[in-house]
Design a protein around this ligand. Structure first.
Ligand code: C2E
Ligand code: MG
Ligand code: MG
Length: 599
C-alpha cells in the first residue's frame, strides 16, 4: 500500500462528449460552406447549359432559313424578332461586324461558307446573377460561422482544461492534506477499507490514532509558523518510520491515523510502539530543538472490530482513554471502553433530565489547617444520585456534560448553590471547581459578579479551582478571563497540581493564590522512597512563588504529619472529613471550635 495517493484518470476522457459535439459542429459548418460554393458552381453550369441550348436553337433556325432559300444577310427585322422568340434569346440583333462587349455572338455563313454577319444577344445568366448577389453575404456568413465555431471549440478546449485542473485540485484537496502532503481523512478511510478488504485469514489490520501532544504549546511559545513547520517535519518522520505496508495520514488537526496489516496483534503493537517512540524524539526546527510527545490509541480487526466504522470508533475510544490515563503511551482498545461509550448516551440523556428536575446536589468537603484542628473552608463537589444507577461520580458525568454542551448549566447550578449555602458559614472560604469550558465562556465573569452581588458573599471568600487543562487549550483567553475573575477579588487555585503538564511556566504566567497538591503525590508518602523529597520540592517551589499550599486526599495521620513538616499550610481529605451535605458541614462546624474570623 503506497502512502502517495494515486490520481484519478485524466478528466478529459470523461468529458469527451462536449469536445466531440464542438468538433462535429465545426465540421458541419465547413460542410455547409463548401456546399454553398458547390451550389454556386452548379447554378453557373446550369446557366451555361441553357445558353448552349438557346444557341443551338438559333443555329437550327438559321439553318431552316437557309434551306428555305432566304438570304440570311438580308433578314427582315420581323424575322429576327421571330428568331429571338424561337431561340428564347434576349435582345437579338443581326450586324455585319461582331460587337464588342459582353454580349454573346454567333457568326452567320452564306452557302459558300463566308461570314455574312453576326447575331448578338444578351446572355441570360439570371440564376448565377441572383446567386452572385448573394455571394458576399454567403461568404461573410460562412466566415463568421467558421470563426464562431473555432472560438467555440477553443473555449470548449479551455473550459475542459480548466475543468481538468480544478477537478485535479479538488481531488487533491479531498485526498491529500495540504500542509503535510499526507493522505487526508477521506483518503485514509479509503486506505483502511482497502486494507480490510485485502486482509487474508489470520492477518490483523490495526488502526492506530496518533495524537500529537503539545502542539498548542509550540504554537503559543514559538508561533503558528513554527507549529506548521513542526507538523511538516512530524509528518515527514511519520512517512520515514512507517513500517512496510503501513499507511499514515492526517485525520484531524493534530490527530493522525496509521493503518497496517500484520501477521498478529503483537507484531502490530510492537510496530506502533516503535513508531510512537521514533515520533517522540525531538525535532530540530529553525536551529532549535522542539520536543513534542505522542499518544496512540489502537484497535485490531477482526479481534476488536469487524467493520471500518467499528474499528475507527474503537481506536478513537482507545485514544481518548490513553489521553486521559496514559498520555505519551500506546493503549489498545478494551471492551470496558466500549461500555463507556454506550453509557455516555445514557448519562447525557439522564443528566439533562436531572438538571430539568433539579435532582442534582452539592456536597461540601472541609478544608482544614495543617494541624487538622480548624475548618477554614469547604470545597463544593457536585453529586448525582441516579434513581436506578445510584451515585454516579463527577469524574464520570462531568466529561460527558462537557462534550454534550451541558457544562454551562451544570457549572451555574453548582456556583449558585455553593454561594447560597456559603451564607450559612460566614467564616469559611468556599471553593468551586471550574471546567475548562466554563472558563472559555465570555459570560462567566458577569455571571459570577451578579451572583456575588445577589448572595452578598464577599468575593474574597470565593476560591475558583481550575486544572492545568484550562491553561493549555487557549492560554491567552484563559489568562484574560482568570485575570478578570481575580480582579473581582476571588482567589484562584490550581487544582490537581502534578497530574497534567505541570509546566512551571504556567505557575509564573498565571497569578494563582493556592496550589492544590494532587492526591497522587500524597498517597505514596511514607510508603515510597523520594515521595517526601518530591512533596518537599513542590511546597518549596510554591511558597517561593508566594502561593498557599494545600494538599488534597489526605487519608492518614502519617501523611498529614509529613506534609506539615514539608511546610504545607492547608489540607483536605478523608482523614478530616468526607464530602457531605451542607447539614453535615453545619454539624462539623458546631462540633469544632469556630475558626478565627475570616471576613
Ligand atoms: P477535585 O476537585 O480534585 O476534588 C477532590 C476529589 O477528591 C473529590 O472527588 C473528593 O471526593 C475526593 N477526595 C477528597 N478527599 C479524598 C481522600 O482523602 N481520598 C480519596 N481517595 N479521595 C478524596 P469527587 O467528588 O469524586 O470529584 C472528582 C472530581 O470531579 C473533582 O476533583 C473535580 O475535578 C470534579 N468535580 C467535582 N465537582 C465538580 C463541579 O462542580 N464542577 C466541576 N467542573 N468539576 C467537579
Ligand atoms: Mg477541586
Ligand atoms: Mg483535586
Amino acid at each position: 500500500m503506497s502512502l502517495v495517493a494515486t490520481y484519478p484518470p485524466a478528466p478529459a476522457r470523461r468529458l469527451a462528449t462536449p469536445r466531440l459535439i464542438a468538433t462535429l459542429a465545426l465540421f458541419a459548418l465547413c460542410a455547409a460552406f463548401f456546399c454553398a460554393i458547390a451550389g454556386m458552381v452548379l447554378v453557373r453550369q446550369a446557366d451555361d447549359r441553357q445558353e448552349l441550348e438557346r444557341r443551338a436553337a438559333l443555329l437550327g433556325a438559321i439553318a431552316d432559313i437557309r434551306i428555305s432559300g432566304t438570304d440570311v444577310s438580308a433578314l427582315d427585322p420581323q424575322i429576327v424578332r421571330g428568331l429571338e422568340r424561337t431561340a428564347g434569346l434576349k435582345d437579338l440583333r443581326f450586324e455585319s461586324e461582331p460587337v464588342a462587349g459582353d454580349r454573346e455572338i454567333q457568326s452567320v455563313l452564306d452557302r459558300q461558307g463566308r461570314i455574312v454577319g453576326w447575331f448578338s444577344w444578351e446572355p441570360d445568366r439570371s440564376m448565377s446573377q441572383a446567386l452572385g448577389k448573394l455571394r458576399p453575404l454567403l461568404l461573410i456568413t460562412g466566415l463568421c460561422l467558421i470563426g464562431f465555431a473555432g472560438v467555440a471549440l477553443w473555449q470548449v478546449r479551455r473550459a475542459l482544461r480548466d475543468l481538468g485542473t480544478s477537478e485535479r485540485l479538488a481531488w487533491t484537496l479531498a485526498h491529500e492534506d495540504m500542509l503535510t502532503g499526507l493522505p487526508s481523512h477521506r483518503k485514509m478511510i479509503e486506505l483502511i477499507d482497502a486494507q480490510l478488504a485485502a486482509r487474508t485469514h489470520g492477518e490483523v489490520v490495526t488502526l492506530g490514532f496518533v495524537d500529537l501532544d503539545g502542539l498548542n504549546d509550540v504554537n503559543d511559545a514559538l508561533g503558528h509558523h513554527t507549529g506548521d513547520q513542526l507538523l511538516v517535519a512530524w509528518a515527514q518522520r511519520l512517512k520515514d518510520v512507517l513500517p512496510a505496508g503501513a499507511a499514515g495520514g492526517r485525520f484531524d488537526g493534530d490527530e493522525f491515523a496509521v493503518v497496517m496489516t500484520s501477521p498478529d496483534a503483537q507484531a502490530a503493537e510492537a510496530g506502533m510502539t516503535a513508531l510512537a517512540q521514533a515520533l517522540a524524539r525531538p525535532f530540530w526546527i529553525n536551529d532549535q530543538a522542539v520536543q513534542v510527545g505522542c499518544t496512540v490509541g489502537l484497535a485490531h480487526a477482526p479481534i476488536d472490530a469487524q467493520s471500518r466504522d467499528e474499528l475507527t470508533r474503537r481506536a478513537d475510544l482507545a485514544l481518548r482513554a490513553a489521553k486521559r490515563k496514559n498520555r505519551g503511551g500506546v493503549l489498545r482498545f478494551k471492551a470496558a471502553m466500549g461500555v463507556e461509550f454506550g453509557d455516555r448516551r445514557f448519562i447525557e440523556r439522564e443528566l439533562k433530565r436531572a438538571l430539568a428536575d433539579n435532582t442534582l446536589d452539592v456536597h461540601y468537603q472541609p478544608i482544614v489547617t495543617a494541624d487538622g484542628a480548624t475548618i477554614i473552608g469547604a470545597e463544593a463537589l457536585l453529586r448525582w444520585n441516579h434513581p436506578v444507577r445510584g451515585a454516579i461520580p463527577p469524574a464520570t458525568f462531568v466529561p460527558v456534560a462537557e462534550q454534550a454542551g451541558l457544562m454551562g448549566k451544570l457549572g451555574a447550578f453548582v456556583m449558585r448553590r455553593a454561594l447560597t449555602d456559603a451564607k450559612r458559614w460566614p467564616n469559611l472560604s468556599i471553593a468551586v471547581n471550574l471546567s475548562p469550558l466554563q472558563v472559555r465562556d465570555p459570560a462567566l465573569v458577569d455571571f459570577v459578579t451578579d451572583l456575588l452581588a445577589e448572595t452578598g458573599i464577599a468575593a474574597s471568600r470565593l476560591v475558583l479551582e481550575v486544572t492545568e487543562g484550562v491553561l493549555i487549550d487557549n492560554p491567552d483567553e484563559a489568562k484574560s478571563r482568570l485575570d478578570a475573575l481575580h480582579a473581582l477579588g476571588a482567589k484562584l487555585a490550581l487544582d490537581d497540581f502534578g497530574t497534567g503538564y505541570s509546566s512551571l511556566t504556567y505557575l509564573q504566567r498565571f497569578r494563582f493564590d493556592i496550589l492544590k497538591i494532587d492526591r497522587g503525590f500524597v498517597a505514596p508518602l511514607g510508603r515510597e522512597p523520594n515521595s517526601q523529597a518530591m512533596v518537599q520540592a513542590i511546597v518549596t517551589l510554591g511558597r517561593a512563588l508566594g502561593l498557599t499550599m494545600l494538599a488534597e486526599g489526605i487519608e492518614t495521620e502519617e501523611q498529614r504529619v509529613l506534609l506539615r513538616l514539608a511546610g504545607c499550610e492547608e489540607m483536605q481529605g478523608y482523614l478530616f472529613a468526607r464530602p457531605g451535605p451542607r447539614e453535615a458541614l453545619d454539624r462539623l462546624l458546631a462540633d469544632t471550635r469556630p475558626a478565627a474570623q475570616a471576613g
